[in-house]
Design a protein around this ligand. Structure first.
Ligand code: ZN
Length: 352
């Protein structure tokens, strides 16, 4: 069977690139560590993806996880200082530019659906810059958003799973509703409008439910979750309720299926021994709920534990093949793999 071109809605690979981190991996060389580099993308026919820049604390806090009778809870992460976040984001964006320079045409920074198609035509990997968490943006002038737009940013998650000046991310927990706190702040509401005006896609992944409904009420663009799953299947805070899924479908938006085993599995166990069958059943639930036009891939490569049978980007054709065996036709598979993302980009971005 023919392998399909696959565009992926989310990875954290920039954080692990040697261009950014001293102990990082060379993205141009095949590694056995992590999930994604250029050779493994090519093996898996991953033609492009949303590559996240994101800020992190200097010292990652320890002992945050509590195992409960039914599942787990993670202590809510502290807010980051905007100055600290901006330094990290600047470094990561510069690293991507350095990588693209080194790659000599094998990787492109893309800012339109046509750019992505053109990259695919010449077998170059299409990177779309995404920022996960808006803390680097000052909440008054928001001028750093314009700076990032000029440097290629086309997608923004208002929050990661921590509070910031714009809203409140969900604390990680299972089983628990995503309705974990207040909605967007006034600055958050203004940021939604600014993103709409610039043509930056807004990602609701990690946002709590009230924040989601604020975005839904304000945004004129399709609603997008770049990496999330269905709460009815796996009741983690990171997953979307049926009503949220319906709202995404109603705006012609898309959900990128997160392959993180703890959000895919009904029992939320952090166990890579998660058969493809479990992933397929989750996809089937989403498609029954919202239709194939609103379901795509949002792997979370280099940010989560992957099912062993997929393992890394080189294993993506095994997911497509499993969907094919489950009865998805070629048109459906193309929508899931690439076409849905391109449609939403075309509806959201100003560049054609
Ligand atoms: Zn994430």
């Amino acid at each position: 069977m023919e392998n399909l071109d696959i565009f992926d809605g989310h990875n954290d690979s920039i954080l692990f690139m040697s261009d950014y981190s001293a102990d990082g991996r060379d993205f141009l060389d095949r590694s056995e560590r992590g999930h994604l580099d250029l050779p493994r993308a090519r093996e898996g026919r991953m033609v492009g993806g949303l590559f996240a820049v994101s800020a992190h604390p200097e010292i990652e806090p320890k002992d945050d996880l509590t195992i409960t009778d039914e599942g787990y809870e993670v202590r809510y992460a502290d807010a980051l200082s905007p100055e600290h976040a901006r330094l990290q984001i600047d470094g990561q964006v510069s690293a991507v530019k350095a990588l693209i320079e080194r790659a000599q045409g094998q990787i492109r920074l893309t800012t339109s659906a046509d750019d992505i198609r053109a990259a695919i035509d010449v077998s170059a990997l299409a990177i779309v810059l995404h920022m996960e968490g808006a803390e680097a943006i000052d909440d008054l002038s928001m001028c750093y958003l314009d700076t990032l737009y000029d440097r290629g940013l086309r997608s923004l998650g208002l929050v990661w799973s921590r509070p910031n000046a714009f809203g409140y991310g969900v604390p990680f927990a299972y089983p628990r509703s995503p309705d974990t706190g207040p909605g967007l702040t006034d600055a958050g509401k203004r940021l939604v409008k600014r993103c709409n005006a610039l043509g930056i896609m807004i990602d609701v992944s990690h946002l709590n439910e009230r924040g989601f409904w604020d975005v839904a009420a304000l945004s004129v663009a399709p609603l997008v979750a770049t990496h999330a799953c269905a709460h009815t299947v796996c009741r983690s805070t990171r997953n979307l309720t049926d009503r949220q899924l319906d709202a995404i479908r109603d705006t012609d938006g898309v959900i990128g299926l997160n392959l993180a085993v703890n959000d895919v599995r009904p029992d939320a166990n952090l166990d890579d021994d998660t058969p493809l069958e479990v992933v397929i059943r989750h996809i089937e639930y989403l498609v029954r709920r919202v239709g194939i036009d609103s379901v795509a891939l949002g792997s979370d490569f280099d940010g989560a534990v992957m099912p062993r049978e997929i393992r890394d980007a080189s294993g993506l054709p095994r997911l497509i093949e499993a969907m094919r065996r489950a009865g998805f036709n070629e048109t459906d598979l193309r929508k899931f793999a690439l076409d849905n993302w391109l449609r939403v980009f075309g509806l959201t971005w100003k560049d054609r």
